[in-house]
Design a protein around this ligand. Sequence first.
Ligand code: HEC
Ligand code: HEC
Length: 472
Amino acid sequence: MRAAPIFAIVSSGAVLGLGAALLFAQQQPRAAPDSRVLETRYEIGYPWWDASRGTPLPASKTFRDPSGQLRLLNTSGAVETDGHPFFTPLGSNGRACITCHQPTSAMSLSVDLIRPRWADTDGKDPLFAAIDGSNCPNLPQEKEESHSLLLERGLFRIALPWPPVTASGRPLKPDFRIEVVRDPTGCNKNPASISVYRRPRVAANLKYVALPTGVTLMADGREPNLQSQATTAAITHEQASAAPTPAQLKQIEDFERQLFMAQHSDAFAGLLGEPGGPPLLGADNLASGVAGAGPMPTAGSLAAAFDPWRNLNAPNLAILQRTFRSSVLRGVDLFASREFGLPDGKRGTCATCHRPGINRSIDIGTTNLPAAKESPELPLFRITCDASAPPHPQLGRTFLTQDPGRALITGKCADAGAILMQQFRGLTARAPYFANGSAAGLNELVDFYDRRFQIGLTDKEKQDLANFLSIL
Ligand code: HEC
Ligand code: HEC
């Protein structure tokens, strides 16, 4: 039976009976893996990729992740990493790009890789460098609590100039004032710089993300293209004294544009990118363009993309597989057609925002109060918009935020808390979610939406949505 080796992922570790496994499929949070999964994941998948490791990154490779397997695909063949600027430290702190964009974490960095890394290296890995791998560089670096935001929420410190400066170095005049209300890390004492704390975004599938038009990179859209992004990354995260050479920048961009990543198999759903299966799934369909030019096709085509799974009576499907796939199908339909009130006052669905051309930043309440998760460990800022400025569309002229997002770049009060959407691929391999890591798993992410937009999802519908997200 085709599905047998995949089910082995579940049954070998846990010895779940089929009944228990079905229960698991329907009720257990999928993206907040239990300790069993964490352990096996860390042992088996040789998870940590050290800078300067020197071994090639194969043309294709699958890695275990909490819901099955993730596949990485280098369309230009195996990558020689020895001396490659993505894999080699470019600055003084021993980090390379790969340090924070790890293959087993879908080219981001999940908290379940960060924690064992601290334990294994006694906090000495360059990952924990004082500059942004600690809550603030002036804290005692040997103490775990000085790195709590990275260890607990997977967040790095991002320090941005205030007021914002344009690409040509000219200061912008913001149309709002920003005051520090709470500074638990002690890193917001300098009024000319604002420190916020953010998750690494995915350094794969960038062919579809880094587009020449519009604002497409970083939570606040501040980098215009992959080469400027890599330059800033080398200077800030790697503490390089000079920009990488043009040849190195080209090598980094070329690598990023040919690298694709998606879920490959699911412990319950089975193989994902199979021939004749839903064209949206799997790294190969993404690389070949069959999946469409982006993380999500349009709403109509999204539902249609799962037609190959709609014949659930296919004779070769195991019960577990059928149950899980029908949950995913309900999740797809919910994602594409369940309407609720959007921030702009109109009605729409998840797919209204999450469509091809993800270059959209909007405040959905992940960082602005009152919707944002209560987080005393994060800084809190008060935004006061000038009387003459267009107010924030949902919050008026005075409100609190943990991260002003896009407004730190544009200087516009109306942009405060607007975060640029991320791609949706390889989600289970890279928890926690949202730019500030406020959703620990996919179930918590769905809960957030349900509460924030009063969608009225039942527990079953929430699980259906989470199951759908888990197979991308
Ligand atoms: C210390 C960890 C760290 C290192 C080292 C690092 N990054 Fe990142 N990377 C991040 C974080 C954090 C973000 C998101 C920052 C934000 O949203 O403001 C990010 C974002 C990105 C993005 C944006 C993706 C998107 O969809 O917006 C790309 C591309 C990227 N990094 C590539 C690189 C490259 C290339 C290097 C090496 C030159 C590198 N990174 C080194 C942490 C790191
Ligand atoms: C009004 C626009 C909008 C709607 C509607 C919307 N989202 Fe989002 N979504 C966003 C934005 C903006 C972000 C980035 C927020 C952040 O990182 O703080 C995001 C991020 C995400 C992410 C990526 C998380 C990560 O860290 O990679 C997922 C998954 C997601 N949304 C799922 C959904 C689901 C499921 C629904 C429907 C219940 C939905 N979204 C509805 C705007 C929207």
